[in-house]
Ligand binder design. Structure first.
Ligand code: ZN
Length: 296
């Protein structure tokens, strides 16, 4: 079957986390495999229409939950979304709470990040090309507001703002680590928003994260210790809520993009003169650097 390019493009990307393996309510659906210079995305990409918007969905851990947080092909996921025309990315993550007032099954839309991952590549650059993007405010404020209002409309108790720590995992924190994380001022802890958010910034895409709380982590004395059983129970209900929240967030997003810093993130970030960048590197980066460096 031939399809027009338009059918295989999308304006909004959605990356679903644990428990959120497919989008509800999409029509005119295509499922496509997109190959990138950074490998294959986590899952086939589902492109469809909801609330008159073309949306591309990726299941971060793949539909059968086969990919560890450390193994998520974030470069390929972000690159593939950019390739099909996405400008804004809404993501969903399961997190643990580090604050009494942030209860299991509540939603948090964080405005800050602390990177405690190790060994994950967090850049598209390297191999002869150096770039340093600004990342002081890692999330796009318009998308944060859309996610928070979408979650509220979906009936979820929602907290605007807060700091998300991203740890390496896959084991959960020790009590000492949980205490350290609380003392760092963070609100919630997860394993997947990085390097995703950094790569989205390098690709000049707006990015925000809806975090659904599954548990209180191990610092909380009155709760039974974080266990897979408890987490899975809350995950199921959170995932259903998240689907509803994402749909409402999409409905609330304006077609015309609000001005923001994300979409010009590379304008002062590219350090290496393009003439010194090896051709293979330029070709691999062309989708995101062509605007500044011209065709590879
Ligand atoms: Zn933005």
């Amino acid at each position: 079957m031939t399809r027009s390019t338009d059918t295989l493009s999308a304006e909004i990307g959605v990356i679903g986390g644990t428990g959120f393996y497919e989008m509800d309510g999409l029509s005119d659906i295509s499922r496509i495999q997109i190959d990138t210079p950074f490998g294959s995305p986590s899952s086939l990409i589902t492109i469809g229409t909801v609330h008159q918007r073309r949306v591309a969905f990726i299941s971060r851990h793949n539909e059968g939950h086969q990919i560890l947080p450390s193994e998520i092909p974030s470069h390929a996921n972000i690159y593939a979304l950019k390739k099909i025309g996405v400008r804004q990315i809404l993501t969903v993550s399961a997190v643990g709470s580090l604050r009494e007032e942030l209860s299991p099954r509540h939603a948090v839309v964080p405005d800050q990040l602390i990177d405690r991952t190790h060994g994950r590549s967090s850049t598209f650059f390297g191999n002869g090309a150096v770039a340093h993007v600004g990342f002081a405010d890692p999330f796009d404020p318009t998308l944060c507001e859309a996610l928070a209002s979408g979650a509220e409309t979906a009936g979820i108790t929602t907290h605007r703002g807060g700091t998300l720590i991203v740890m390496e995992g896959p084991a959960f924190s020790t009590r000492a680590e949980s205490s350290l994380n609380r003392n760092s001022g963070a609100s919630i802890i997860g394993m997947t928003a990085l390097p995703e958010a950094k790569l989205a910034r390098e690709a000049e895409l707006c990015y925000a994260s809806l975090c659904l709380i599954t548990d209180y982590d191990v610092w909380h004395k009155s709760e039974s210790d974080v266990s897979s059983e408890l987490i899975i129970k809350n995950l199921r209900s959170n995932a259903e809520n998240a689907k509803h929240a994402i749909s409402q967030a999409i409905a609330s997003l304006d077609k015309s993009l609000v001005e923001c810093e994300c979409r010009d993130a590379l304008s002062n970030a590219l350090i290496t003169p393009p003439t010194l960048v090896p051709k293979a590197t330029r070709q691999r980066l062309e989708l995101i650097t062509e605007r500044y460096w011209g065709p590879a």
